[in-house]
Structures are given as C-alpha cells and as structure tokens.
Design a protein around this ligand. Structure first.
Ligand code: ATP
Ligand code: MG
Ligand code: MG
Ligand code: MG
Length: 478
C-alpha cells in the first residue's frame, strides 16, 4: 500500500467517525518551546491547554514533523526519519481511552477491502503506563488483546507531559512484531527493532504539579475534561505494509536512494557503510526540501543551523559515495516529485527551494575541499603524536573559515576514532562573540555603525549550536 493511500485511508476512517479533517500546520509555528513542529498535537495545543475553546470535539490530521533529536539514528536504525508524517486523531473532551483504542485498532486490523490496513492482530503488542490498570483492562476488553501481549512501562517511557505544571497523562503505544528474523522474543520492552512502534495514544487526564510524575511524584489532580492525542508514524506503517526493511526504503523516500545510486554508480545493498550514507542522503534530502518549502533558510543559528547541517551532511555523504558534482538540485527534484501529490506547494515553490539548496551547496563546496585538507592534516598530526582529541581551535578554525558545522567536525572525528575538545571550541566561540559585542558597543558610542556586528551575527548567530537537540525533548513524549 502506497503512502498516499495510507494517508487517505487514515483520513477517511476518522472522517467517517465524526472527526474534522484539519490540514497539516507548517513545520514552523510560533512556539518558543519548539524549533520545529514535531507532533500532530502541536497545532492543537491551545485547545488542550484550555487557552481557547476547541472549534470541534474531534479532529484528525496528517502532520509534517521534523525531529532533529533523531538525526543520529537516521540510517542506522530501521525506523527514524528526521522528517516524517504523523497521522493523528484528537478528542477535546469527547471520547477517551476506550474510543481511542477502538478507533486505532479498527483501522489497523480492518481488512484492506473494508478500507483498513489489514494487519494481522496476532502481530500487535501494546504497552501501558505501569499504573494504568484501566488501560490494560480496556485493551483486553475492547480489542481482545491477550494479557501477555500487554506490557507495562514506567513514566519515563509511558507518561506524557509538557515538562511544566499543566496537563499530563499516561500513554499507550502499539507495536508490530516483525518476527524472529528481526530480533529477540519478548515484546517491545525487550527489543524495539523487532517490535516496531507504530502508534502512540496519549490519555490526557491529569494535572501535574511542580514535581513531575517522571520523578515519581503523583499528579496533583484530574483535568475537568479529558482529551485524546494520538500519533501514528506514516512511514513506519508504510514500511510494514510495503514489506520493505526500513523507513528509508518506502515509496516516498526510496527514489532519492535510486538517484544517489545513479549518480554514484554504486549499488544500495552492497556495502553497509555506503548503505547508511544512501539512507542519510534520502532522509535528509526530504527534510531539507520540506524545511525550505516552509521558509527555513540555511544559517548559523537555530532553525537555519539545523537545515545547514542536514544539507551539508547530504553533500558530504554523497562525496563519500564518490560523487564530485553538485547534487542537491538533483535530489530536490526527486523529492518534489515524490511528495507533491500531498504537498502541491512544493511545485509552485520549487524554483525558490531549488535555488536555496543549490546556493548552500555551492557555498559549502567552495570550502569543503580546503577544510577537509586542514582536517586531514590535523588528524594525521594528532595520530602521530598519539593524541585522541582534536583541539578546540581546529574545530573553531574549521567552523570559522570553512563553514564546517561543529557536528560535521564531530562526525568526521568520530569516523577516525577521535573526539573533539568541544569545550575549547565553545570557549572560542563565546570569546569571539564577546569581542564582537564589545566592538559593536564601542562603535555605537563612536559612529553608531553596527554593520560589523551585524555581519558577525549573521555569520555566527546569537544562538549556540547545542540548542537544537535539547529543545526537542522539552515538550513531549508523544
Ligand atoms: P521511538 O520510541 O521509536 O523513537 P517515539 O516514542 O519517540 O518513537 P512518539 O513521540 O510516540 O515516538 O511519536 C508518535 C509516533 O510517530 C510513533 O509511534 C512513531 O510511529 C512515529 N515516529 C516517531 N518518531 C519518528 C521518527 N523519527 N521517524 C518516523 N516516525 C517516527
Ligand atoms: Mg523517539
Ligand atoms: Mg517510543
Ligand atoms: Mg512513543
């Protein structure tokens, strides 16, 4: 079943059950806790928080999501994309646990002829929050899941909150057993590669206080109205229904791998290290196009930095496959063609997207070779002297002169079995920023000319590179 069909069936299923179909929000919303939208519920937050009345009791959406916190998993696990689509259904004080379970279970297990996904129920497992006896009982009663395929997990895994006092609640996740060829027996608590998580149901029922349930403190009360927030990973379901090995081989991602094969003359599936590169390229190309499509441009701070890192990682990975020519223009066309049926704006916006991608590649390529030489020499010297840690000033030089995102340096160093003095790097960055500020101040009192400061800011930003992984964890488990 193709991804577009999976999405279509999801939407129809919930529309037929009284849900208002809400289009995906942009990847960029005005939410200070998030760099990018990373779950379907984000656009509905005001309703969940009681800041605005929900205009409908039930809603469904297929939300574009970016999770940069998962970047290091990409290509290595079978199930993590940086960009993916989260299909969700939401209840604002309407149905609760029982309804959420029944809706999800029915769509997953209903036959293909009847509009479902036709998944064999014997393959499905669920987890519940360890204290949620109600959910454990309902899974058996409503969906007929045998007790031995219901596993309990603690708050770290199966309790959702926003990291601050406010709504919270237990969650329940649905997993698909891919069979003994994929790993150990024993359910998702034993092996999350064999048992792949496809859907998370959050039962928003509690008010949490200053002390979070994640640290063992019980909630301080119950919400007056209980809500449902769910998220199904479209690429994961596509992977299972298409019988492919991982999310990168699904119908909307795989074409980029094919393009990379064509450009490099190498074959996907022939060599483990190359395969990881193929998957990184395919994943990041899609994320890059979707982010630029929503208005992000490469830069040295926050969102722009994430995009820059993704694009530069594609370029470097393709080089490691032996391709010397510019590639981003090639990949963006393939992504457009795959994604346009769901996101037609990619066609109308394509010239802009394409030129952003090409410019970034050009800028990077002009310094990549020189920077790589500096890096190689530094590594050689270091190895000769028996050292294990690349000096902070090298990382700083690579960043400052050659536009290497620090993560690229970290990654290249780790490929060589080396670490990087990150603290040293950060100190130099801070020092540079401090000097720029002082400079600007003296200019301000002098001639009021801030242009030097401005250009330094543009180059280095006010935000540290470390922010983007941290931010991610703030708001949710789902
Ligand atoms: P995992 O434990 O596998 O990292 P998660 O628990 O972080 O997943 P949730 O936050 O519960 O994921 O998100 C809801 C659903 O979205 C998941 O059940 C999964 O199907 C899908 N999903 C989450 N992260 C990704 C990702 N990086 N790539 C593709 N799909 C994802
Ligand atoms: Mg995760
Ligand atoms: Mg999980
Ligand atoms: Mg989950």
């Amino acid at each position: 079943m193709q991804t577009h069909e999976i999405n279509h069936r999801f939407t129809e299923h919930f529309k037929n059950r009284g849900h208002t179909v809400v289009p995906s929000a942009s990847l960029i919303l005005d939410d200070p806790t998030l760099l990018f939208v990373n779950a379907g519920m984000v656009q509905f937050k005001p309703y969940f928080l009681g800041e605005a009345p929900a205009p409908y009791p039930r809603a469904t959406s297929i939300q574009k999501c970016v999770r940069t916190g998962d970047i290091d998993e990409v290509g290595k696990t079978t199930r993590h994309n940086t960009f993916f689509q989260m299909a969700g259904n939401f209840s604002f004080g309407d149905y609760f646990k029982e309804g959420a379970m029944e809706h999800a279970w029915d769509l997953l297990t209903k036959s293909v002829a009847d509009g479902g996904y036709g998944i064999d129920p014997a393959r499905l497992w669920v987890t519940v929050f360890e204290k949620d006896d109600e959910a454990a009982a309902l899974w058996q009663k409503v969906c007929g899941i045998p007790a031995e395929r219901i596993q309990r997990r603690d708050a770290k895994d199966n309790y959702w909150d926003m990291g601050v006092p406010g709504p919270g609640g237990p969650c329940s996740e649905i997993y698909y057993d891919r069979g003994p060829a994929y790993g150990k027996e024993g359910g998702p608590v034993v092996d999350e590669d064999r048992y792949i998580e496809i859907w998370n149901l959050v039962f928003m029922q509690d008010i949490r206080g200053e002390l979070p349930p994640k640290e063992g403190h019980p909630p301080i009360g119950e919400l007056p109205t209980k809500n449902i927030d769910t998220g199904m990973g479209v690429e994961r379901v596509a992977c299972l229904l298409q019988g492919v090995e991982n999310v990168y081989e699904t119908d909307l991602v795989r074409p980029v791998i094919a393009k990379a094969e064509e450009l490099s003359g190498r074959r996907y599936g022939a060599h483990h290290e190359d395969d990881v590169r193929f998957r990184v390229i395919a994943d990041h190309a899609r994320s890059g196009v979707m982010l630029v499509g929503d208005g992000v441009t490469p830069g040295n701070e926050a969102r722009g930095y994430v995009l820059r890192r993704l694009l530069r990682r594609i370029v470097r990975s393709t080089r490691l496959l032996g391709v010397q020519e510019p590639v981003l223009g090639e990949f963006s066309k393939v992504v457009r063609d795959a994604m346009a049926p769901s996101y037609p704006e990619l066609v109308t916006q394509f010239d802009r997207i394409d030129s952003v991608m090409r410019n970034e590649e050009e800028a990077f390529l002009s310094t990549l070779t020189a920077g790589s030489k500096i890096f190689d020499t530094a590594v050689k010297d270091l190895k000769k002297s028996g050292g294990k840690t690349l000096a902070g000033d090298k990382a700083f030089q690579l960043h400052d002169t050659y536009g290497f995102p620090i993560d690229l340096t970290l990654e290249m160093a780790s490929e060589q079995g080396l670490s990087v003095d990150e603290q040293g790097f950060r100190d130099l960055m801070a020092e540079q920023r401090r000097r720029a500020k002082e400079d600007a101040k003296s200019r301000k009192t002098g001639h009021g000319d801030l242009s030097t400061y401005r250009s330094l800011l543009d180059q280095h930003g006010t935000t540290e590179f470390i922010g983007y992984t941290d931010l991610q964890s703030h708001s949710r488990v789902l």
